[in-house]
Design a protein around this ligand. Structure first.
Ligand SMILES: [Zn+2]
Ligand SMILES: [Zn+2]
Ligand SMILES: [Zn+2]
Length: 141
């Protein structure tokens, strides 16, 4: 497991420190995007500033992308195409109104918008709000 984590970091040119391995291990186990507070509450051994810096480094290196959610920011792991040169996470994010979780939908791509002349897109994000698959299956059973 540790070797896999080290390889994941190496693939994004991130030096594997003990702290980074702990944070990556936590992120790989999550099915939903996490906030800094989520990380802080679940990784008891690291303080908030260390966690914040680690997530920022991961974001700069293309390992995680951030999802703005009102005043909160959540983080989720990126695909292979992201790197230091930029992010390519043009997938839809889903926010569940019931369980309040944010989920990456890598298979649901955001359609490229048509923009007027001389407007250049640098970032596209789309969050769909509704009821997630888990909450829906609870409602049905
Ligand atoms: Zn990314
Ligand atoms: Zn839900
Ligand atoms: Zn995502």
């Amino acid at each position: 497991m540790r070797k896999e984590l080290e390889e994941t970091l190496a693939a994004k040119s991130i030096h594997p420190t003990a702290v980074r391995l702990i944070v990556l291990d936590y992120l790989t186990k999550q099915e939903v995007a996490v906030s800094l507070t989520d990380a802080e509450e679940n990784i008891g051994t690291l303080d908030r500033i260390t966690l914040y810096r680690t997530l920022k480094t991961f974001e700069e290196k293309g390992l995680v992308h951030s999802i703005a959610e009102g005043v909160k920011t959540k983080y989720a792991l990126c695909g292979n195409s992201c790197g230091e040169s930029g992010h390519h996470d043009t997938h839809i994010h889903f926010y569940c109104n019931r369980c309040k979780e944010t989920i990456c939908l890598p298979k649901s791509r955001i359609a490229e918008p048509s923009l007027p002349a001389r407007f250049q897109a640098q970032e596209i994000s789309l969050t769909v709000k509704g009821i997630c698959n888990k909450c829906n299956s609870i409602a049905l059973s």
